[in-house]
Design a protein around this ligand. Structure first.
Ligand SMILES: *Cc1c(COP(=O)(O)O)cnc(C)c1O
Length: 225
């Protein structure tokens, strides 16, 4: 199928998942994951209404940046090394993979230089085989440390569910992230919001939406044509 057809399947599945759970489909952002995709493919997706794209490698983002339509927001969704932040601070709208005070501090430092406040999500670890992300019980202290930084703003949480996990496990992972976001909201931290729950990829986004995702990150299901 074409990118266009794939996108309409994704939008239809979001709608169905929202109808099941009484949610408004407009609350769910489709963040197109563009790793390994060419600038032409990305521009086609943008012409079809994609407003946000995600890359997980700094180098790959840099290599495509100039060829991609300027009318789009870039997100970093993969593990980010502190020493690479300086290359992307001016280019990206949101960093989904903040998992340490060290990284947040470097984002803050680079954004201060360019007079910008970066939106960030805290990546929460949801499975043993994936090393990325902080453990759920460490999220509160990480947030409490990051709050002091003036050039980053915490806007929510991100997770990757264990690949190929059965549906009941996926539901548990996604509902646990949703619950954690509610617990964090209830703390009423200054300048912290939990409006973005970045969860759900090609194989599991419908379940993620049923469990409260507000940002899904499909790659293969959008671009495999
Ligand atoms: C690759 C990737 C995705 C997209 O995965 P698909 O299975 O292709 O949908 C989503 N999120 C992250 C963090 C990724 O690295």
């Amino acid at each position: 199928m074409s990118i266009k057809d794939n996108l309409s399947v994704i939008r239809k599945n979001i709608k169905t998942a929202c109808e099941k759970t009484g949610r408004n489909p407009d609350e769910v952002l489709v963040l197109a994951v563009t790793k390994t995709r060419s600038a032409d493919e990305i521009n086609e997706a943008i012409s079809l209404g994609i407003t946000d794209i995600g890359e997980n490698r700094v180098q790959e983002l840099m290599s495509k940046y100039d060829d991609v339509d300027k009318n789009v927001r870039w997100h970093i969704i993969g593990h980010l090394q502190s020493n690479k932040v300086k290359y992307i601070a001016d280019k990206v709208s949101m960093i989904h993979s903040v998992e340490s005070l060290k990284l947040a501090t470097e984002i803050d430092r680079q954004c201060e230089k360019i007079g910008k406040v970066m939106d960030i999500l805290i990546e929460v670890n949801s499975g043993e085989e994936n090393k990325d992300g902080v453990n759920p019980d460490e999220v509160f202290s990480l947030i409490e440390n990051i709050i002091a930084l003036k050039h980053v703003r915490i806007r929510g949480l991100m997770t990757m569910a264990p690949l190929g996990a059965p549906e009941n496990v996926l539901r548990e992972v996604f509902s646990a992230l949703k619950k954690l976001s509610v617990d964090i909201s209830n703390k009423k931290y200054d300048n912290v919001s939990m409006e973005y729950l970045s969860m759900g990829m090609s194989d599991d986004y419908a379940i993620a939406v049923e469990e409260g995702s507000t940002v899904i990150r499909p790659g293969r299901s959008l671009f495999n044509v």
